[in-house]
Write a protein that binds this ligand. Structure first.
Ligand code: NAD
Length: 254
């Protein structure tokens, strides 16, 4: 089950956290994994962990905000059966603490980056008879989270973008879904805690952990297992949907 032999997989932000866990798990299921990241060393590190265990992986330095860069790379890769739109960045702040530059930065990576990937990959998938797309949304796509104005806006867009693609390309045998994680313990979470709450790291980590009724943050590997199912042929009836993975955050926080 969930075998990915002969599948060419492109993962953005595969050098860290959730993307890295997805790259490693998919490679263990025999996929050929293409790891795209702004941080080439991190992408190479993920690829090395895969190839050391006999898997197949390539690392590339790519800024997903740069359409030409994305188009050229995807043209060179040539075949994409599975796309994981995962690269994303955070900004903590309500509307009044979101400067234009903050909004543009979040929008460019989280929204335009995903659009650039889809723009490059969809024609290849169409020509190749189909494919599966998974984009990383968030609980912030559908729930009001304090002080996440720009980030929530961007993740709402990811959710809508994924639905739009699911509808438009259903006849091309392309499936498109999103995963909406609550807090997952990755460098992303450690980074925004360190940046925004200096001196209060332990307290804020505890608070964020407890915000999941299950009492902890999730792990990147837990998200990767859901991603594997959704991108596998076993999930062939699933498209145009969002899958929370949230320790009860959305429905049990009462
Ligand atoms: N960790 C969480 O709690 C959480 C919760 C919900 C959603 N998400 C989403 O999951 C995704 C992955 O999050 P993570 O926690 O693994 O983050 P992370 O910071 O650990 O990893 C993100 C990776 O994306 C790369 N990246 C950033 N900007 C890029 C760009 N312009 N071009 C190419 N690569 C770029 C980074 O170099 C990094 O390797 C993000 O979209 C995030 O919004 C995370």
């Amino acid at each position: 089950m969930f075998n990915l032999t002969n599948k060419s997989v492109v993962i953005t932000g595969g050098g860290s956290g959730i993307g890295k866990a997805i790259a490693i798990l998919f490679a263990s299921q025999s996929a050929l994994v293409h790891i795209l990241d702004l941080n080439l060393d991190a992408a190479k590190q993920t690829a090395a962990e895969i190839t050391d265990k006999g898997g197949a992986a390539f690392a590339y330095k790519v800024d997903v905000t740069d359409q030409q860069e994305v188009l050229e790379l995807i043209r060179n890769i040539g075949v994409v059966n599975i796309l994981i739109n995962n690269a994303g960045i955070a900004h903590v702040g309500n509307l009044e603490h979101t400067e234009e530059a903050d909004f543009d930065r979040i929008y460019n990576v989280n929204v335009k980056g995903a659009y650039n990937m889809l723009y490059a990959v969809i024609p290849l998938m169409k020509a190749n008879g189909g494919g599966a797309i998974l984009s990383m949304a968030s609980i912030a796509s559908t729930v009001g989270i304090k002080d996440r104005f720009a980030y929530s806006t961007s993740k709402g867009a990811i959710y809508a973008m994924s639905m739009s693609v699911a509808k438009d390309y259903m006849d091309d045998n392309i499936r498109s879904n999103t995963i909406s994680p609550a807090r997952i313990h990755t460098p992303f979470v450690d980074g925004f805690i360190a940046k925004n709450y200096p001196g209060q790291e332990t307290e804020i980590f505890e608070k964020l952990s407890k915000s999941q009724p299950i009492g902890r943050m999730g792990s990147p590997e837990e998200v990767a297992h859901l991603a594997l199912y959704l991108c596998s042929d076993e999930a062939s009836f699933i498209t145009g949907n969002d899958y929370p993975i949230d320790g009860g955050f959305i429905k049990l926080n009462n």
